[in-house]
Design a protein around this ligand. Structure first.
Ligand SMILES: [Zn+2]
Length: 268
C-alpha cells in the first residue's frame, strides 16, 4: 500500500488555542512538538501495516515563513518522506501516482461549528464556503482534491466535530479517531496526547491493512464554489479570470469539476 498523510494542526491532540498553532505566538513551539509526535504515531502505524511508501504533507498555514513548515525535522520518524513548504492543497504528486488512500490527521470542523475546536474554513476572513450550494469545510475540500485523482480518504482524526463532519461528507464507512470533544471553539475535554498517539497508530495500521469501503469523494460536476467573506475588503484578493463577484462580499467560480474550480479560485 502507498499512503498519503495530510496534516493540519487544529485537530491535533493537546491543541486548543491559536497560541499553539500560529507562528510567533507564545506556545507555538509546543504546538509543533505535539504535531510532530502525532505525525510520528501515524507513520509508525502505516509502517507496522507494511505500507510501501508513506508521504506526509504539512498542510497548516501557521503564518509567514512558518506556513507549511510546522514539523520539527530532527524528530521525524524514519522511513517516510515529508513535504514541507508546499502551498496548501497544491502537492498532488502521490495522488497523480495512484496512491491507494489518504489519511487526514489533526483536521478541524468547518466555520460556524459551535463545538468545533478552532473551527474555521481556510481563513478567519471566510465566513462561509459552499460547494454546489452545500456548506463545506476543509475536510470536504481536501477530500475533493484527493477524489479528483480517484484516491479515497480512509481515516480522519481531530475533535468530535471533525469526526462527525467527516462521516457526513464521506459516509459512515470512513474511520475516525476523536482526540478531544469541543465544549466551545476554545475549550475541550481531551484525552492525553500519549493516548491519542496510541489510538491513532492503531487506527492507521487498521485502515492500511483493511481499507474501509469509502469511495473517492467527488462533488457533482460541473462544480460551483462560493466564498462568502466576513467583510467586503477581502473580495479583491480573489478577483481574477474566472472568478465572479456575486455581491459585496461574495465570489463564485464554476468549472468542469471541483479541482478545476478550486485552482481558478486561487489563480493556480
Ligand atoms: Zn490549520
Amino acid at each position: 500500500m502507498r499512503v498519503m498523510i495530510w496534516v493540519d494542526a487544529e485537530g491535533i491532540s493537546g491543541i486548543t488555542s491559536w497560541e499553539q498553532v500560529l507562528a510567533g505566538r507564545s506556545r507555538y513551539e509546543e504546538g509543533r512538538r505535539l504535531i510532530t509526535q502525532e505525525v510520528n504515531a501515524a507513520v509508525r502505524g502505516a509502517k507496522l501495516a507494511g505500507a510501501k511508501e508513506i508521504v506526509v504533507v504539512d498542510c497548516h498555514g501557521a503564518g509567514g515563513e512558518n506556513s507549511f513548515r510546522n514539523f520539527l525535522p530532527e524528530m521525524l520518524e524514519p522511513d517516510a518522506e515529508y513535504v514541507i513548504g508546499a502551498a496548501w492543497t497544491t502537492y498532488t504528486v502521490p495522488l497523480e501516482q495512484g496512491f491507494d488512500g489518504a489519511i487526514f490527521l489533526g483536521f478541524h470542523a468547518k466555520a460556524g461549528t459551535p463545538d468545533g475546536v478552532l473551527s474555521h474554513t481556510v481563513s478567519e476572513s471566510w465566513l462561509n464556503f459552499f460547494v454546489n450550494g452545500e456548506p463545506a469545510g476543509e475536510i470536504a475540500i481536501c477530500a475533493a482534491v484527493c477524489g479528483h485523482f480517484g484516491v479515497p480518504v480512509w481515516l480522519v482524526t481531530g475533535d468530535e466535530a471533525a469526526c462527525r463532519e467527516a462521516k457526513a461528507v464521506l459516509g459512515k464507512e470512513v474511520k475516525t479517531v476523536s482526540v478531544k470533544k469541543g465544549l466551545t471553539r476554545f475549550s475541550a475535554r481531551c484525552i492525553p496526547p500519549q493516548e491519542a498517539w496510541r489510538r491513532i497508530e492503531m487506527a492507521v495500521t487498521e485502515v492500511v491493512q483493511h481499507p474501509p469501503k469509502v469511495l473517492p469523494y467527488r462533488p457533482s460536476e460541473p462544480t460551483t464554489l462560493r466564498v462568502e467573506f466576513t467583510a467586503p475588503e477581502h473580495v479583491r484578493n480573489y478577483l481574477r479570470d474566472g472568478v465572479r463577484q456575486v455581491n459585496d462580499r461574495t465570489v463564485e467560480v464554476t468549472a468542469e469539476n471541483f479541482h478545476a474550480a478550486w485552482r481558478i479560485l486561487w489563480g493556480r
